[in-house]
Design a protein around this ligand. Structure first.
Ligand SMILES: Cc1cc2nc3c(=O)[nH]c(=O)nc-3n(C[C@H](O)[C@H](O)[C@H](O)COP(=O)(O)O)c2cc1C
Length: 466
C-alpha cells in the first residue's frame, strides 16, 4: 500500500473548515519549522511522499471573492509550496515530495527548469502533479486574460506542455554529456548536447535546456482531474493518479477506466499507480474516534460547502432550487462556466444511471466533505480494515491522507495505523523501503521515466560521438 499525505501551504485543506479548532496547527503553515516537523514525522513512519496541492486562484461567486471565503480562509490565501521543498529535502533523507503546478500559466521551459532544479536539490525525490488548474475564472482574470480557457482546450495545452517538458528533460543532454573533468577543463561535451525544436499549437521553443540531467530527469508525473479528458491524459502520461472517490463503486469504475485506457496505449496497466484521497479519523477506541470526527463535523456549514464548490465548479448551489435534481437545476441556470471550470466535482454526483441527486442532497453530501475523498473513522483495527477493503474493492494502490486537524491527525495515523498496516503486511518494514528516488519508491525498477527518450528522432543536433 502506498501512502502519501495531502497538504496545502495554506490554512485549510480539502474544502472544509477546521483550522480554527484548538487541535489544528495549520495556522503555522507560513513557518518552515512547521513543515519540517510534518516531513520528519512522515519520513520516520515510512510514508512515500508529502504532496502539496496548489494554485493561483480562489473561489468566486458572481465574479467576486465571497466574504465567507476570506473570513473562513477557504481556498483563499496561501504560499507557493514549491519553495518549501529544498528546506524539507534538507531535513529528510528518503521522503518524496510532490508539488502541484498547472500547465496553464508558465511556459514549459520555466516549468521544466524549476522541476529539474528540485530533482537535483532533493536527490531525485520530486514529483509533479500535473493539473489544468482549479478556479480558472479567477486565475484567468489575475493573469490578465479576457476569458478563461475552455476545459478541453486546457487539456490540449497540458498534452503539449508535458510533451515538451519531457523532451527538455530527456532529450537535450545525453547521458555522459556532463563531464566535469577539472584536470581537462571540460565541463560538458558539446557533441552530446542536442537542440530541442518545437513549433506547436500552444508553445514554441528552439534551443538547449540549461539544467544538466538530474537523478530522475523527469519528475514522477502525477495527475489529478478525472473528467473524460482528464482520464485520457492520465492514461497517456501519469505514473501516479490522484483520484477523489465518492463511493467505492465510483472509484472502482474510474480506476478500471484509467487502467484500461493505459493498456490500450500499450502501457502496463498495473504500472499506473492510482491513489485515492481519504480522510482518516483514528483514536485508541472507536468511540474516541467518533467523538473526534464529531468535533470536526460540528464546524461545517452549508455556506462553507457552497463557497468551496463554487470555486471548483463555477456552480453556486445556494442560488439553485434545492428541490431540483442537480443536472436539471444546472440546465435551468444556463451558466456558460459550468463544466468549463472542472468536471470531476460534478461527475462525482452522477449515479451509474446518469441521474443526479437533488441540490439539497448535494449540499448535505458536501458539508464536511468538501473536495475530500473517502471518510474513514475508527480504532486502528477498524481503520486498517476499511483501508484494506477499499483497496480490494476499488483496485487502488494506496491513499493520500487528507487530515482535518493537521498535523495532529498525521501523528495519530503514524502512531496507531501504520504499525497495524505493517503487522498485516500492507506496508514494508522501515529498512526495506525501495529508493533512493521517488520513482523507485513508487515501484519503478529504475530512477528514469520508462521510455523517456521516445522523441529522439525529433531532436536536432549533431550525431553523438561514442
Ligand atoms: C483530486 C483532485 C485534485 C486536484 N488538485 C488540484 C490542485 O492542487 N490545484 C489545481 O489547480 N487544481 C487541482 N485540481 C483541479 C483540476 O485542475 C481541475 O479539476 C481541472 O479543471 C481538471 O478538470 P477535470 O476535473 O474536469 O478533469 C484537482 C482535481 C482533482 C479531481
Amino acid at each position: 500500500m502506498h501512502l502519501g499525505v495531502f497538504e496545502v501551504a495554506a490554512p485549510q485543506v480539502g474544502g472544509t473548515l477546521s483550522w480554527s479548532h484548538p487541535w489544528s496547527d495549520s495556522v503555522h503553515h507560513r513557518e518552515v519549522e512547521h513543515w519540517v516537523g510534518v516531513a520528519q514525522l512522515l519520513e520516520a513512519a515510512g510514508f512515500d511522499f508529502l504532496f502539496f496541492a496548489d494554485g493561483y486562484g480562489y473561489p468566486s461567486v458572481d465574479g467576486d471573492l465571497p466574504d465567507a471565503a476570506v473570513r473562513g480562509g477557504l481556498n483563499f490565501s496561501g504560499l507557493d509550496p514549491m519553495l518549501l521543498v529544498p528546506a524539507l529535502a534538507r531535513a529528510t533523507e528518503r521522503l518524496g515530495f510532490v508539488v502541484t503546478a498547472s500547465t496553464g500559466v508558465d511556459h514549459p521551459v520555466a516549468m521544466a527548469r524549476r522541476f529539474a532544479t528540485l530533482d537535483h536539490l532533493t536527490g531525485g525525490r520530486i514529483g509533479w502533479n500535473v493539473v489544468t488548474g482549479a478556479s480558472q475564472d479567477t486565475v484567468a482574470a489575475l493573469f490578465g486574460h479576457e476569458t478563461m480557457t475552455a476545459h478541453d482546450t486546457r487539456y490540449e495545452i497540458a498534452e503539449e506542455h508535458v510533451e515538451l517538458c519531457r523532451r527538455l528533460w530527456e532529450d537535450c543532454w545525453e547521458d555522459g554529456a556532463l563531464v566535469e573533468d577539472k584536470a581537462a577543463g571540460v565541463f560538458a561535451d558539446p557533441r552530446r548536447l542536442h537542440r530541442v525544436e518545437h513549433r506547436g499549437t500552444h508553445f514554441r521553443t528552439s534551443g538547449y535546456f540549461t539544467v544538466p540531467p538530474s537523478p530522475q530527469r523527469t519528475p514522477v508525473l502525477f495527475q489529478a482531474g478525472s473528467s473524460d479528458r482528464g482520464r485520457a491524459f492520465a492514461a497517456r502520461h501519469a505514473e501516479c493518479v490522484f483520484l477523489q472517490g465518492t463511493t467505492p463503486a465510483h472509484a472502482a469504475r474510474n480506476v478500471a477506466d484509467i487502467r484500461g485506457r493505459a493498456a490500450a496505449l500499450g502501457r502496463d496497466p498495473a504500472s499506473v499507480r492510482v491513489l485515492v484521497g481519504a480522510t482518516v479519523t483514528v483514536a485508541e477506541t472507536s468511540a474516541a474516534a467518533s467523538e473526534r470526527r464529531a468535533e470536526f463535523e460540528a464546524m461545517q456549514t452549508d455556506e462553507v460547502a457552497a463557497v468551496v464548490y463554487a470555486g471548483n465548479t463555477g456552480i453556486d448551489l445556494t442560488a439553485l432550487d434545492p428541490d431540483q435534481p442537480l443536472d436539471r437545476a444546472l440546465a435551468g441556470a444556463g451558466s456558460s462556466r459550468v463544466g468549463q471550470m472542472g468536471q470531476s466535482n460534478i461527475d462525482r454526483f452522477r449515479r451509474p444511471d446518469g441521474t443526479t441527486p437533488l441540490v439539497r442532497e448535494v449540499l448535505a453530501e458536501l458539508r464536511g466533505r468538501g473536495t475530500r475523498g473517502f471518510t474513514v473513522v475508527g480504532d486502528p483495527g477498524e481503520v486498517a480494515d476499511q483501508l484494506e477493503e477499499l483497496v480490494e474493492v476499488t483496485d487502488v494502490d494506496g491513499f493520500l491522507l487528507e487530515a482535518v486537524f493537521s498535523p495532529a491527525d498525521h501523528r495519530l495515523f503514524c502512531d496507531l495505523v501504520v504499525p497495524e498496516l505493517r503487522r498485516r503486511g500492507r506496508l514494508p518494514a522501515p529498512g526495506a523501503l525501495p529508493g533512493p528516488t521517488l520513482r523507485q519508491r513508487l515501484g519503478s525498477p529504475g530512477p528514469r521515466l520508462p521510455g523517456g527518450r521516445r522523441d529522439r528522432d525529433r531532436v536536432d543536433g549533431p550525431a553523438p560521438v561514442a
